[in-house]
Design a binder for this molecule. Structure first.
Ligand code: ADP
Length: 385
């Protein structure tokens, strides 16, 4: 090939290459999005159209942040600029589970991986996005997280928990009934009452009833796991993972989800699994409270509180608290749901108290309920050390 032929070939190669590339990526079922170094969308695959509900023609040239919920939506330009300035990789080359935003405003969990390459002399980024909502991949991708959170799913499978409680309680409750019956039998014949025996039967009755109470107590501490391991952890990360988990298992259709977590007060000293469990419980309750609402808004915020604490708030635009339940909200077995066990909030209370924090509820500006809790902020020196 002579020099002229080479020149001619190289001048058409990028266009031909880009077209061929587009045709190729359209065959891939996952969503693939190519952006330039100003985050403008250059290419939006057929898979992306399906996952996000936008046609390619609608989003070409738009900022890719339109496909993200807050706070990533507002921060994405900074993330990209930070990478271009420093070369420090936070997402590029590192797959991660995060939350994306559909055209209809609802959010859903995705697995995102981003690669970088040159196209036609331009520096571009390609994002591969897999919708985790219904794929069989979900289990594999979230395997590690779910293994850690196995006890969360134990709580969520209320049926299984109810069966195990019923099974454990059956023995002492049967004994209570038997002792009560024999005491009743002893009292049948007033002429030959053996008071000592009656007293013994009633004593046993009382003991078995206490045993039933202890079983419930044991079950609660089992669920909230006594063997707590405290680590310095990022609230932003905990919230992100808990949200992805709660959205996968709950009904999040049409829910506008946003989080505003204070990056300057991000580090807390906690048992990560337990705090994720609290967040998952609160988010699930919020989703359930909004099932019948026309406006479905879920907001997670954090802000510094006094005594070196951080306050985390999960707010919803749901039905609000039913008045009769408000007073004993954090007590076990308080539920207004047909299949609810009423254990979620009592477990949250146990966990937050064991972390030295406080949990309380108030009406939300979004129209529903706000659950607040506090955690001790970690010493940044400990983090660095
Ligand atoms: P469960 O969800 O099994 O009922 P919980 O302890 O998690 O148990 O919640 C207890 C009760 O508190 C619920 O049945 C519901 O009435 C009320 N509740 C909890 N979260 C909310 C919320 N975000 N909005 C309105 N009511 C709520």
């Amino acid at each position: 090939m002579n020099e002229d032929e080479l020149k001619a070939k190289s001048s058409i190669a990028p266009l031909g290459g880009a077209q061929a590339l587009h045709a190729l990526i359209d065959t891939v079922p996952d969503a693939m999005i190519v952006i330039d170094d100003s985050a403008r969308i250059l290419s939006f695959s057929k898979g992306a159209e399906q996952v996000f509900g936008f046609a390619e023609s609608e989003v070409l040239g738009e900022n890719v942040s339109l496909l993200m919920p807050s706070p990533d939506r507002e921060r994405h330009d900074n993330y990209l600029r930070h990478y271009l300035d420093t070369g420090e990789k936070r997402v590029i080359g590192i797959g991660r589970v995060t939350t994306a935003r559909h055209r209809d405003g609802s959010t859903f969990p995705v697995d995102l991986s981003v690669g970088e390459f040159m196209m036609g002399g331009l520096r571009v980024f390609a994002g591969f996005i897999r919708d985790l909502t219904e794929t069989r991949e979900t289990e594999r991708k979230l395997h590690n997280l779910q293994a850690e959170l196995a006890h969360v799913s134990r709580i969520s499978s209320m049926g299984a928990l109810a069966t195990s409680i019923a099974h454990e309680l059956n023995q002492p409750l049967t004994a209570v009934a038997n002792y009560a019956q024999s005491a009743r039998g002893l009292l049948d014949d007033p002429d030959s009452i053996d008071l000592a025996l009656v007293c013994e039967a009633l004593d046993e009755c009382g003991k078995e009833a206490l045993r039933a109470g202890q079983i419930v107590q044991r079950l609660r501490s089992f669920i909230s796991r006594g063997d707590s391991v405290r680590q310095i952890s990022s609230l932003q990360r905990l919230a992100k993972e808990a949200t992805a988990l709660a959205l996968i298992n709950g009904d999040s259709r049409g829910v506008d989800f946003a989080s505003k977590l204070d990056a300057d007060h991000d580090w807390v000293l906690v048992d990560q699994v337990q705090i994720q469990q609290v967040l998952v419980n609160l988010i699930r309750n919020a989703l359930e409270a909004m099932e019948q609402s026309t406006v479905k808004k879920l907001l997670i915020t954090s802000e510094p509180a006094k005594d070196r604490m951080v306050q985390i708030t999960v707010s919803d635009s749901g039905s609000g608290l039913e008045p009769h339940i408000a007073e004993r909200l954090f007590h076990p077995f308080m539920s207004t749901k047909p299949s609810g066990m009423g254990l979620g909030l009592s477990i949250c209370h146990t966990i937050i108290s064991s972390h030295g924090g406080r949990i309380w509820v108030e009406p939300s500006e979004l129209g529903g309920t706000s659950f607040n809790f506090t955690l001790l902020e970690a010493n940044t020196e400990e983090k660095n050390g």
